[in-house]
Write a protein that binds this ligand. Sequence first.
Ligand code: NAD
Length: 262
Amino acid sequence: MKIAIAGYGYVGKAVEAYLQHTGATTKIVDPEYYRILGKDLTCGLKVSDTNADGVIICVNTPQAENGECDISNVIDVLGDTHAEKPVLIKSTISLEGWKQIKEIFPSHTISFSPEFIRADTAIEDMLNTKTIYIGGGHYYFWERVFQRTTKLSKIIHAKPEELILAKYFRNSFLATKVAFFNQIYDLCEATNIDFSKVSTLITEDSRIGQSHTEVTTERGFGGHCFPKDTQAIIKTAHREGVDLSLLREAIRYNNNIRKGTT
Ligand SMILES: NC(=O)c1ccc[n+]([C@@H]2O[C@H](COP(=O)([O-])OP(=O)(O)OC[C@H]3O[C@@H](n4cnc5c(N)ncnc54)[C@H](O)[C@@H]3O)[C@@H](O)[C@H]2O)c1
């Protein structure tokens, strides 16, 4: 089985590492990757050149100027992919992005599988994947590709729209949790009470847990995904006439306390 990986950043590299354990061969499609290697940019850059059995899209989907999720890189790759090839989107896309993709590429068979790895430990996280979430057309093809590892114990099916919201709200919940603990920190500072002790006492409750409770020197949340994903879901909700006011406040507070650019 030959799989083209379009987008060779954190997620693309992690997917490649995973596929190395499945017996699949991979072909990387990423102009930036070839530029770094110093290779001829005109060869081997397109998905259509790879003759792969399937395509996994791991390109970046940055925040557009208006705050929405910019899926133009995903559209570029799909535009260069034959309609009969199974495609799996691992990039984070919005509900409106998914709708647009289906409208532009009605004959393509596209599955979506949200990715939950962390940038700092992307390959390790991917190799330890226990559950894959997948929906859309041809998902059985991707099940065959991904199933062949010892760690993976569960494949959960859902509609792409459900998976898209699950991805955004996992990140939004964790970002809000970071903001919440930063406000606990603010009160501890104001009252001269030891935040780390208070935090430990709170997170002793296993329902709350310790993840995303650390208050860093940069303060608040940042990184590759939380800022853009929280903004994007606010935009989606706004389009639908829903005000995610708790999340909006978490973002507003975060923008006030966050030091640096990310
Ligand atoms: N970084 C993470 O931890 C993480 C976790 C979960 C989900 N995601 C999502 O996965 C996607 C990829 O994230 P990332 O952090 O790996 O991005 P990244 O910026 O590290 O890498 C993206 C790569 O895609 C390439 N690219 C852009 N357009 C392309 C095109 N048309 N054809 C081929 N290659 C192209 C870029 O050159 C770049 O190397 C994003 O949607 C992100 O939100 C990221």
